[in-house]
Design a protein around this ligand. Structure first.
Ligand SMILES: Nc1nc2c(ncn2[C@@H]2O[C@H](COP(=O)(O)OP(=O)(O)OP(=O)(O)O)[C@@H](O)[C@H]2O)c(=O)[nH]1
Ligand SMILES: [Mg+2]
Length: 276
C-alpha cells in the first residue's frame, strides 16, 4: 500500500505483527479511486489482542471488493507453499476476486524459483490473477495497479480525492511512535507496547504539542524502554518525531511517558479503552 501510494502510511518493521489495526489508504488518480485496507496478517490468536486484530481482518475482508494476498516470496519459496490452508479457507469463503502478490522479488536471486508458486496459485483456483513485484524497489507496482483497476467495480468516488486516509493524525502519530519502538527493541518489548495519545495541540505559528503514553505490561519492560538515564526513550522520541513531522508537514514537540498496565494484551477493559 505504501509503495502504491508513495507514502509512509502503514508502519513497516522487520518484525511480524507490526500492523494491529486496519489502515486505510486512498489512491486517487484521474477517474480512478482505489481504497486500500491494510490489515494485520492472518494468524491463530493466542491472546485477546490478537483476537481483536483478526476481527479487523474479518471486517476488512467483508468490506473489500478485491482481496490482495501479499506474500513474502523468499519465505514462500523456502516453505514450498504460498499459503497456509487455514488462510485459504478464510479467503475462499469471501468469493471475491483475489490477487496473489508475490512481493520481495528483489530478494529472489533466481526468478525461476517463483514459478512453482505461480503454478500452485493456478492449481488452487483461489486467485483471479497473480503478479510478482518488489515494493522496496517499486518494480511492477504500476502493473499491479492496472490489474486492480481492471478488477475494481465502477461507481462514484467514496472519498474526497484530496484525502490520503480517513484516519486521524492522532492515529498516525501513535503508529509512528509504535514503529520506533518496534524498530529499536528486540524480543518481547515491542509486542508488549501500545501507544495512546493523551494531548494533541495544534499551535498557530509554533510547534504542535503532542503527548503520548507508551504502555507496557511490566516494570522490567518499562525500565528497558526508558533505558539508563532515559537514553533509550529519547531515541524512540527522536525517531518517531522525524516520521511525525514528515507526515504532518509540521514541526512538533513530542513528549512520551512510559506506563505499566499489567497484562493489557489479555485484559478486555484495557483493550476496549485502546479501541481493540
Ligand atoms: N527486500 C524487500 N523487503 C521488503 C519488501 N517489502 C517489504 N519488505 C520488508 O519486509 C518487512 C515486513 O514489512 P511489513 O510491511 O511490516 O510487512 P507486513 O506484511 O505488513 O507485516 P505485519 O504488519 O507485521 O503483519 C520489512 O522489513 C520491510 O522492509 C520488498 O519488496 N523487498
Ligand atoms: Mg503491516
Amino acid at each position: 500500500m505504501n509503495a502504491i501510494m508513495e507514502m509512509h502510511l502503514s508502519i513497516v518493521t522487520n518484525k511480524p505483527q507490526t500492523t494491529r489495526r486496519r489502515v486505510l489508504g486512498i489512491d486517487t488518480k484521474d477517474d480512478t479511486q482505489l481504497v486500500f485496507l491494510d490489515t494485520p496478517g492472518i494468524l491463530k490468536p493466542t491472546y485477546r489482542l490478537q483476537r481483536s486484530m483478526m476481527g479487523f481482518v474479518d471486517e476488512a475482508l467483508d468490506e473489500a471488493d478485491i482481496i490482495c494476498v501479499v506474500v513474502d516470496t523468499p519465505k514462500a519459496i523456502e516453505r514450498g507453499n504460498i499459503l497456509d490452508p487455514m488462510w485459504a479457507g478464510i479467503i475462499e469463503r469471501r468469493k471475491r476476486p483475489t490477487v496473489l502478490v508475490l512481493n520481495k522479488m528483489d530478494a529472489v536471486k533466481i526468478r525461476k524459483e517463483a514459478l512453482p508458486l505461480m503454478e500452485q496459485a493456478r492449481e488452487s483456483g483461489l486467485f483471479a490473477k497473480a503478479i510478482a513485484v518488489s515494493a522496496r524497489d517499486n518494480k511492477f507496482i504500476e502493473d499491479l495497479m492496472v490489474m486492480l483497476r481492471e478488477l475494481a467495480p465502477e461507481g462514484p468516488f467514496q472519498y474526497d480525492p484530496e484525502l490520503a486516509s480517513d484516519q486521524t493524525d492522532r492515529f498516525f502519530v501513535a503508529e509512528f511512535v509504535r514503529e520506533a519502538v518496534f524498530k529499536q527493541f528486540t524480543e518481547e518489548v515491542p509486542y508488549a507496547t501500545e501507544v495512546m495519545i493523551t494531548e494533541f495541540k495544534e499551535r498557530e505559528g509554533g510547534k504542535w504539542y503532542i503527548s503520548a503514553d507508551v504502555i507496557v505490561e511490566r516494570e522490567n519492560q518499562k525500565a528497558i524502554l526508558i533505558g539508563s538515564q532515559g537514553v533509550a526513550l529519547k531515541q524512540v522520541g527522536q525517531a518517531a518525531r522525524a516520521s511525525i513531522e514528515q507526515h504532518l508537514g509540521q514541526p512538533v514537540f513530542l513528549e512520551l511517558y512510559v506506563k505499566v498496565r499489567n497484562d493489557w494484551r489479555n485484559d478486555r477493559a484495557q483493550l476496549a479503552s485502546m479501541g481493540y
